[in-house]
Design a protein. Structure first.
Length: 314
């Protein structure tokens, strides 16, 4: 939906969960020398100002990054995420927040490839400008000759339909982040259809889907529908910072559904999520869920779901 601007929500609790998971998925892929491709189907603007514009008006970042900014006791995955955010704020003042494209660019290696889709004309323009500034900064420091060209490509189009043209990536290694606005109910259906097609083209790829946990039926049923996709395994983690309000408005909870997750992700989140709940929780409704399973069928194989589940509340 072209009216949606992620800047309103930049740095909130949902971004914290999404970006912590994203960075760890990329770190895992980077353990092998073989390059990987990172694909972002709804990239946004890349970098967001917290002290001006939309983010300053909504102040949603106060439910997320602001509550972690001065913490010194963060577990390693959160500490790495915080350091990435602090690196883009060298003055020590929290002014800028990285979107997923910036996180990926900072974690990816020179041989890795980044492909970004953004349909909103304003955000796609800002995204290009942010990468141009990043190129100039790194070139001045002698860190990288250029981050554009073959390494980073920005497509001003619809990621729902554009993804298929990139699968499978040449190296047969890749991560796809799916993070649409969900303001239109049809986005839930589009995500499922896109993933069905993607898994046929690139069955071994890792797919990370962010989604809001809302009262609407499409949101409540979404994770269960994704569990039925034909994949070797899945992981579903949700983070709630408070109980739902009586009127149902406001984002109190969100989730990351990962298809073909690395084996390291579940134990890392099992240790991490209780800390995040305590750090970001606002009332007794705060908590998390963590589920893993598989939906593989065929001769001699059966589908398995809900292998493990853990809940924590304040």
């Amino acid at each position: 939906m072209l009216s949606y601007r992620h800047a309103f929500h930049a740095g909130n609790h949902a971004d914290v969960l999404k970006h912590v998971v994203l960075i760890q998925l990329l770190r895992y892929l980077g353990q092998k020398d073989t390059p990987y491709m990172y694909i972002d189907t709804h990239a946004g603007a890349g970098v967001y100002a917290l002290d001006t514009g939309y983010a300053a008006k909504s102040t949603e970042y106060e439910t997320g990054i602001a509550r972690l900014w001065d913490r010194k006791d963060a577990p390693p995955p959160v500490a790495e995420y915080l350091q990435l955010v602090r690196d883009m704020n060298p003055s020590g003042k929290m002014r800028y927040y990285p979107g997923s494209p910036y996180c990926a660019d900072r974690v990816a290696r020179e041989q890795d490839r980044i492909r970004l889709f953004e349909m909103h004309p304003s955000d796609s323009k800002i995204l290009e400008e942010n990468f141009r500034k990043q190129e100039a900064h790194l070139a001045a420091q002698g860190q990288r000759s250029s981050s554009r060209g073959k390494r980073v490509m920005i497509n001003k189009g619809d990621g729902f339909t554009g993804l298929r043209s990139l699968l499978p990536p040449p190296s047969r290694r890749g991560l796809v982040l799916v993070d649409p606005p969900y303001e239109v109910k049809d986005d839930y259906r589009k995500v499922k259809l896109m993933l069905e097609d993607a898994l046929v083209r690139f069955a071994t790829g890792t797919y990370a889907v962010w989604y809001p946990v809302l009262q609407r039926m499409e949101s409540r049923q979404f994770a269960d529908k994704l569990k039925r996709l034909q994949a070797n395994g899945w992981l579903n983690v949700t983070l709630s910072i408070r109980a739902p309000t009586p009127d149902g408005f406001g984002l109190h909870s969100s989730g990351m559904f990962v298809i073909n997750p690395p084996y390291t992700l579940e134990p890392m989140l099992r240790e991490l999520m209780p800390w995040l709940v305590k750090a970001l929780g606002m009332d007794s409704g705060a908590g998390f869920t963590l589920e893993t399973g598989s939906t593989v069928t065929g001769p001699g194989r059966r589908a398995e779901e809900n292998v493990s589940r853990r809940d924590r509340a304040l």
